[in-house]
Ligand binder design. Structure first.
Ligand SMILES: [Mg+2]
Length: 345
């Protein structure tokens, strides 16, 4: 069945089932002129973020299933709330859809969005659907909250603090290469290819980790890695007015990304530094707190945290000490072909 056969209202009727996960927080969900939800308490501030994804610019439909696409579109917004140390609460989804799209496709896409939202107790309270002659457009707005004294910004890193990152990097970039250049898959054992592809298609937002970091007041600044470690660290540097030194040998590269890089002749460190879309958290902390946060996050959540460098004075710029010991500028670049067909903002 085509979307044009059931129209906008028919489509909304199908999507609006099971959208409210926490009914006590919502007065009105989908179906009135506005949604209405109960506000945040006075000790908290509201967080809001939105992300627009356009077919053939940020994603290609052939790369994964519509359900995966929906889940990921939601996950990248959740990741932005994680990077503030916040709790996500409500979401609004707007879709631009070409009339010949099948109803089943959109239902699967919506299922993916709702599945990810449910996982983190986020209510789907509204949105819009419009006709789009140029392909699918997915716009997700996410509303969350965080205690005003616990919010973690980008602008509050100070010289002398350590730079840390959750998890391993480079998996998403390795997966994207294989999704875009199918011929290269023959060079990589199928389970390995599968592993990195699924990291690209199904990232996990680090909400629990972000929350622990905020509650324990250990992160002095934070950002999620969407554009790539080098680029996102540059954002912290700019916002905080600081420089930084990264030690290449300490950057945690996902073992599968390392192997795929080696098999394809791509430098694995470059995948980790410039590839992006790993959706790990990059944060800074006081040196005396580093060991305890590594232990705490490992014990509480099973997530690894690595120290990869330190914040320096602005005058020293952003540098990386290579494996050979040479110190060079850290360029806030990404691979050119990564700039298309990926959900990075
Ligand atoms: Mg972000």
């Amino acid at each position: 069945m085509r979307i044009s056969e059931i129209g906008e209202f028919g489509l909304i009727d199908r999507i609006k089932k099971d959208t409210i996960v926490k009914p006590q927080d919502v007065l009105l969900g989908i179906g009135d002129d506005c949604a209405a939800y109960y506000g945040t308490s006075s000790d908290k501030v509201a967080l809001a973020t939105s992300d627009m994804l356009v077919e053939n610019i940020h994603f290609i439909l052939s790369a994964g299933s519509p359900r995966q696409l929906g889940k990921k579109a939601m996950a990248v917004n959740l990741s932005d709330v994680a990077a503030m140390g916040g709790i996500p609460r409500h979401t609004l989804i707007s879709l631009g859809i070409s009339p010949d799209t099948s109803v089943e496709f959109i239902e699967e896409l919506a299922e993916g969005i709702k599945e990810e939202a449910r996982l983190y107790e986020v209510n789907l309270i509204g949105g819009d659907t419009v006709r789009s002659p140029l392909g699918l457009i997915i716009n997700i707005a996410l509303i969350g909250e965080v205690e005003s004294d616990l919010i973690v910004k980008r602008s509050t890193a100070r010289p002398g603090e350590l730079i840390m990152v959750t998890g391993d990097l480079g998996g998403s970039a390795a997966g994207l290469i294989l999704l875009l250049e199918e011929k290269k898959c023959s060079l990589v054992p199928p389970p390995l290819a599968q592993e990195v592809k699924s990291i690209h298609l199904s990232p996990t937002p680090r909400l629990k980790e972000g929350r622990v970091m905020a509650r324990e007041k250990v992160a002095t600044s934070m950002i999620d890695i969407s554009d790539g470690l080098a680029s996102d660290l540059t954002q912290i540097g700019k916002a905080s007015g600081v420089g930084a030194m990264i030690y290449a040998g300490k950057v945690p590269i996902l073992p599968a990304a390392k192997r795929v890089g080696e098999l394809l002749g791509v430098d694995p460190l470059s995948l980790a530094l410039y590839g992006g879309e790993d959706y790990e958290l990059l944060f800074t902390t006081l040196p005396e707190k580093a060991d305890s946060i590594i232990k705490l996050i490992k014990e509480k959540l099973g997530t690894k945290v690595s120290i990869i460098g330190e914040i320096r004075d602005k005058e020293q710029g952003l540098k990386i000490k290579n494996l050979s010991g040479e110190i060079v500028d850290l360029q806030p670049k990404g691979y050119n072909h990564f700039s298309s067909f990926s959900t990075r903002g």
